[in-house]
Design a protein around this ligand. Structure first.
Ligand SMILES: Cc1cc2nc3c(=O)[nH]c(=O)nc-3n(C[C@H](O)[C@H](O)[C@H](O)COP(=O)(O)O)c2cc1C
Length: 236
């Protein structure tokens, strides 16, 4: 499966089978986490066999079942040395991880609320745990979320160039908190893509996710450099 194909088959899955992740899957996830942590100044961790994080009533209410493995996505609150905020970098890296997981034959759900931080997650001084990504073999492959019109995030969609439209088409397939898609993509007078979040829950993290999906769909690397630490984007 290609990265593009993963965009179309990825859906949130909240109920998992007991089967543990394969060694090769764990290794691939770990390798990508190491790379993204370094490039985007994050502290993502793959946590395996944690019985507690999704054991509360809250998680059951959120219809999570048998979540034992997840990626904890954390980072320093202080974003000095990075152009993009922590929220956006978290979203951008999360997008890459959910698509990688899909390519490896796994299912995921981004979870901002209904989990409990346990001692298996390491949070250093000054860091914030922003979300976790539940990961494993889904009981099902999930279902397509109800689609919003592209004009919700791109008012000028109808008259936009094809590459921009394809970027937005991918954005509309992305995971979004409460399926809300509160963002706005425009092309400014210099032909540059401008992407902003609107007001709401997790909309800054959503924006980072959308930027990743937009780049993939449009085939243009517009935001990636702003996500990187100044060190890594300088090639140091
Ligand atoms: C930042 C963020 C936070 C989320 N938090 C939760 C959550 O706490 N509980 C939950 O069940 N789903 C959560 N989701 C999953 C969304 O509900 C889901 O992505 C959305 O409904 C679209 O469905 P899809 O992922 O199947 O395309 C979250 C998604 C994002 C991007």
């Amino acid at each position: 499966m290609t990265l593009e194909e993963a965009v179309f088959v990825r859906h949130s899955v909240r109920r998992f089978r007991s089967e543990p992740l394969a060694k090769e899957q764990v290794e691939e996830l770990q390798a990508r986490i190491r790379m993204l942590n370094e490039n985007f100044a994050l502290h993502m961790q793959l946590v395996l066999n944690d019985d507690m994080a999704f054991s509360s009533g809250m998680a059951h209410y959120g219809s999570f079942q048998n979540v034992k493995n997840y990626i904890a996505v954390a980072g320093q609150r202080n974003t000095a040395g990075c152009e993009a905020t922590l929220d956006e970098r978290v979203g951008y890296a999360t997008a890459e991880m959910v698509l990688l997981a899909q390519m490896l034959g796994l299912n995921t759900c981004v979870v901002g609320l209904t989990f409990k931080k346990t001692s298996m997650v390491e949070i250093d001084d000054g860091e914030k745990l922003e979300l976790v990504v539940a990961i494993g073999y889904g009981e099902t492959s999930g279902v397509q979320h109800s689609m919003k019109p592209a004009t919700r995030v791109a008012p000028g969609y109808g008259s936009a160039p094809d590459w921009f439209k394809r970027g937005i088409d991918f954005v509309m397939l992305a995971p979004s908190a409460l399926n809300q898609f509160k963002a706005k993509f425009t092309i400014d007078e210099n032909g540059r893509v401008v992407a902003k979040h609107r007001f709401g829950f997790f909309t800054k993290i959503d924006l980072g996710i959308f930027k990743y999906f937009f780049e993939l769909g449009s085939g243009r690397e517009i935001f990636r450099k702003s996500m990187q630490t100044l060190r890594s984007s300088d090639g140091v």
